[in-house]
Design a protein around this ligand. Structure first.
Ligand code: GLC
Length: 736
């Protein structure tokens, strides 16, 4: 922004604060407490009109009916004493009516512009019905695919998650003007929710402060600096104190250190859940501890409205604490422009499911798909293939392909892979469809016969497997990560036909593919791709689109390896190819110390099935001439590292060029590799391009043992490659 724009932006912000102050001065205690209350549009439907008129509600969530929203806003503006409009909140996580791929899939696209476009589209569609606040982006680092909410996260890496979160905040919020189709975003869930013990949702997170800051808080700090308009506290406890009452998190870090000025909303009843946590003996104590910590708005539960007045009388809570919270909420409403016009932006209704929106959702789905195997370049499907067997419960699952948090998506709008192939209407391509199983969890083999028959009479088998959408998402964690139901049994039968098989996986998390890989010729990981998953999959399988997705999370060989991620520590006894013995090769009565005492599993070794950042293309890309501008740098200097990337294949394609850094020695141990940059480039067949990255002290900084964000002199390795397993590196030295 130039200085005029900066001044204008500051002025507008300043003005919004002044307006909030002026309004606050007019409010009664009851009206102040009302602003702190968010109620569910369904549960409180009957009571809402009266409560709004009495100024006892500041926000409504889970209402998407524009008529009702308009009615509620009209009551708020015209019937309540002070005419304060409502925040209308909704989980617009990866689309409103036009569903984009689940966030984990969008992360696999590594295409930040596309992610920003997707959230801008989602915001515009949501404003059409009057929604002005979304509970996204979810930026919880997750390294445990058992956890159902990994589907909503951008994956395992702090750098990629940070970039994804920023792109989503920019897309949702724009210039923070509701009238322009912008909605307030919400950085959630604060914090370390992805560390839930055992991958069991809502469970305890225990983490040292250094790792908390180094890994889990990074995306949230960036979101605060990007002026995300709200934060949401998480359900979990962090080091024995639930987030919604956690003063260290909310007061020390968020407010004092980060100077965050936005509003903090609790998660659904997370304030009163502190009773179940055993942190509060009753709702009154819950209200006290949440307000003490600085949760501004209470979602769904009503402890604030029930007890804060008493707590003020008992001098346990100061009125000023309430007023600080109210001020933040009023500021958000002024900044969004809701006092001018909070009504549904009906002019945006035509944009819902419009062709541009559908095309963007299709592009996002195409770029999120990750090609994991392609034996003998089986894909893209060649013209010699005259008949396709389309098999599997997810080939035609319009509801499930939308994925979790698809509240406002309608399955009638989904275009499935089967329908997309059938609509190709190509005369010389016969489609033989047999689901084989009714749903992903079907255990009986009743449909196997028809599926095998379809396979036997076809040139190629496309087997659509994975999870129904309900098997991932909130509270939907799994202890086993293989294909549910009899899907794997059906694969065994299909592989006996001797036909070539393409496995298309539609899931909300990494699944264990280890035993499936040898039975198939190609694997395309399509996640839950949203409304346009079908046409997107067809375009990738037929080669109209060259797959470019890269894994945003490590795929383990076995559940027992979890947690497994690229930014691991070396340990004092790292395993390498030569220093461990696979279990089935251990000699009888082997000597106890003969196998190599290193960090690995006897049965599954030490490597994942697929590493972070991995993904194939129909092209091939070569990396050459990796070099740095200087071998030495100081904290004040910036050097560059570059590589030449060539498209050595026969098809144009996109490649995600990734920069990894290792700090070889430090005052604390450092990961063997950390993602520190990426660029998604397009190269025509035969074309090459120099891809440079800047290395500054910011690239190398980390939290030391005293929790200072700092750099230390020493040796570093830099890799630029196509995934986190890249081997070629250059060395640099950071001097004093
Ligand atoms: C849920 C989720 C949160 C969501 C909220 C409102 O329980 O934890 O992510 O935004 O409630 O639906």
């Amino acid at each position: 922004m130039n200085s005029d724009q900066e001044n204008k932006a500051f002025h507008e912000k300043d003005l919004a604060w002044n307006k909030a102050d002026a309004l606050l001065a007019l409010m009664s205690l009851s009206e102040k407490l009302g602003q702190l209350q968010q109620l569910d549009g369904g549960i409180s439907k009957k009571a809402l009109p009266q409560l709004i008129e009495e100024g006892k509600v500041g926000s409504v969530l889970n209402e998407a009916n524009p008529m009702l929203i308009a009615q509620y806003q009209k009551i708020a503006l015209e019937k309540s004493r002070l005419g304060i409009p409502l925040l209308i909140g909704r989980d617009v996580i990866h689309g409103f009516r036009t569903l984009f791929p689940i966030p984990l899939a969008q992360s696999a696209s590594w295409n930040l512009d596309l992610v920003e476009l997707g959230t801008r589209i989602a915001a515009k569609e949501a404003t059409a019905v009057g929604i002005n606040w979304t509970f996204a982006p979810m930026i919880d680092i997750s390294r445990d695919p058992r956890w159902g909410r990994v589907a909503e996260s951008p994956g395992e890496d702090p750098f990629l998650t940070t970039q994804m979160g920023l792109a989503m905040i920019k897309g949702f919020q724009g210039k923070q003007q509701y009238k322009d189709g912008n909605i307030a975003a919400c950085a959630k869930h604060f914090a370390a929710y992805g560390l839930a013990e055992g991958g069991r949702d809502y469970n305890s997170a225990n983490v040292g402060e250094r790792q908390l800051r180094e890994i889990y808080l990074r995306p949230f700090l960036a979101a605060a600096e990007e002026e995300v308009m709200s934060f949401m506290t998480s359900f979990n406890e962090i080091n024995d104190i639930p987030a919604s009452g956690n003063q260290f998190l909310l007061k020390e870090i968020l407010r004092k250190e980060w100077n965050y000025q936005g509003m903090v909303v609790s998660d659904w009843e997370s304030i009163t859940e502190m009773i179940a946590h055993g942190y509060c003996k009753d709702k009154k104590e819950a209200a006290f501890k949440a307000m003490r910590a600085g949760v501004d708005m209470e979602m769904a539960s009503t402890s604030y409205n029930e007890y804060l007045e008493n707590l003020i009388k008992e001098k346990k809570i100061e009125l000023s604490q309430i007023e600080v919270a109210v001020r933040r909420i009023l500021y958000m409403k002024f900044k969004l422009g809701l006092f001018e016009n909070p009504y549904p932006r009906t002019k945006n209704t035509d944009s819902i499911l419009s062709n541009p929106h559908l095309e963007a959702a299709k592009q996002a789905a195409m770029e999120s798909m990750v090609l994991l195997k392609n034996k003998n370049a089986l894909l893209p499907i060649s013209d010699e293939v005259k008949s396709l067997a389309i098999i599997g419960p997810l080939a035609d699952a319009p509801h499930d392909q939308m994925g979790t948090w698809a509240f406002d998506g309608q399955k009638a709008d989904s275009q499935t892979p089967l329908k997309a192939f059938q609509q190709m209407g190509s005369k010389d391509l016969e489609i033989n469809y047999a689901p084989g199983l009714k749903i992903s969890r079907t255990k009986d083999h009743d449909g196997f016969g028809a599926a095998i028959e379809a396979a036997e009479k076809s040139d190629l088998v496309l087997y659509f497997v994975g999870e129904e959408s309900i098997l991932s998402g909130e509270a939907h964690c799994r202890a086993h990560l293989n294909l549910p139901g009899a899907q794997e049994a059906l694969l065994e039968e299909l592989s006996k036909t001797g036909k070539r098989i393409v496995l298309i996986v539609m899931a909300g998390r990494p699944l264990i593919l280890t035993d499936l890989l040898p039975q198939v010729d190609a694997v395309l990981y399509a996640w839950h791709g949203g409304t346009m998953a079908g046409p997107a999959i067809v375009d990738v399988l037929t080669g109209k689109e060259n797959p470019s997705g890269k894994l945003p999370i490590t795929f383990p060989r076995a559940v027992g390896q979890i947690p497994m991620y690229h930014a691991k520590k070396n340990t004092g006894r790292p395993a390498t190819e030569g220093n461990w013995v696979p279990m089935d090769k251990i000699p009888v009565e082997a000597g106890q110390t003969s196998l190599g005492n290193t960090s690995h599993y006897l049965d599954e070794g030490f490597r994942p099935l697929f590493p972070f950042g991995y993904g194939m293309s129909y092209s091939s890309f070569a990396y050459n001439n990796l070099k740095v501008s200087e071998a030495k740098m100081t904290v004040a200097s910036t050097i560059s590292v570059e590589v030449e990337v060539s498209n050595t294949g026969k098809k144009d394609g996109k490649e995600v060029v990734q920069l990894y850094v290792q700090d070889l020695f430090g005052s604390v141990t450092r990961p063997v590799k950390e993602l520190k940059g990426f660029q998604k480039i397009f190269l025509k067949a035969g074309e090459k391009q120099i891809v440079p990255f800047e290395i500054s002290s910011k690239t190398l900084e980390f939290y030391d043992a005293d929790l200072n964000l700092t750099t230390e002199p020493g040796a570093f390795k830099l890799w630029i490659g196509s995934d986190s397993n890249s081997s070629e590196f250059v060395s640099i030295e950071l001097t004093e």
